[in-house]
Design a protein around this ligand. Structure first.
Ligand SMILES: N[C@@H](CCC(=O)N[C@@H](CS)C(=O)NCC(=O)O)C(=O)O
Length: 217
């Protein structure tokens, strides 16, 4: 059955891999599953056809036969549950890997998103400069905890899993802020994720869509 995902027709990051379709592409590459991509404009994302698949008018989505999914955590979990390579066989190890997936989107990503909100959406507010250090420190607090748990290990719990895939991609979105580099252990963790052949293929594919036209934009 053909798998079709959606992605930005033109990603605001111009192909740095920060848009969340990269997570789904990465999971599909790890699982060795071919897929098609339907590119959508910001306008099309808010129209009924897309809202029928994604109630919040966002990307990415995932369609396979009768199944339509949204939310990257759910999509990556679906892929990981149906194909080898992203979740351990042992039931307890599997449950722990899924905990890391939730931790990525529910505990680590929210303060990182706050930074985007503080800088971009609220950047012109008079209190914005005062708020920014608070938001940045909340991220640092989480990263300190995460770095302490990771310690000197390559991955969060044994072998690479969907938990690492989600966490590495969540952290990667922090790179432009410079905060990731304050945590060399986590920066190296993200780099290990990016060095995986599956990530490289996913990255190259999203870049091919978003590469600035010849001569730059
Ligand atoms: N929690 C959602 C977030 C999805 C999301 O925020 N997608 C962004 C792109 S990375 C988007 O579509 N932004 C455009 C918008 O919200 O209008 C997930 O993990 O799938």
């Amino acid at each position: 059955m053909t798998i079709t995902i959606t992605a930005f027709e033109k990603s605001p990051d111009r192909g740095q891999g920060l848009a969340r379709d990269t997570r789904v592409r990465w999971a599909l590459e790890e699982a060795g599953q071919p897929y098609e991509v339907r590119l959508v404009s910001f306008r099309a994302m808010k129209e009924p056809a897309h809202l029928a698949i994604h109630p919040f008018g966002q990307i990415p989505t995932y369609e396979e036969g009768d199944l339509a999914l949204f939310e990257t955590g759910a999509i990556v979990l679906h892929i990981a549950e149906h194909h080898a390579g992203l979740l351990p066989d042992d039931a307890n190890a599997r449950a722990r890997a899924i905990s890391w997936m939730f931790a990525a989107v529910n505990t680590v990503e929210p303060p990182i998103l706050d930074l985007v909100t503080a800088k971009i959406l609220e950047g012109d507010k008079p209190w914005s400069m005062e708020r920014l250090p608070l938001v940045q420190d909340r991220i640092r607090h989480r990263l300190r905890q995460l770095a302490s748990r990771l310690g000197g290990a390559d991955w969060l719990d044994g072998l690479f899993s969907a938990g690492d895939l989600m966490m590495a991609h969540v952290l990667l979105r922090l790179r432009p802020s410079g905060i990731l580099d304050e945590f060399p252990g986590l920066a190296a963790y993200v780099a290990r994720g990016e060095a995986r052949p599956a990530y490289k293929r996913a990255f190259a594919d999203q870049l091919a869509v978003n590469k600035p036209a010849h001569g730059g934009r």
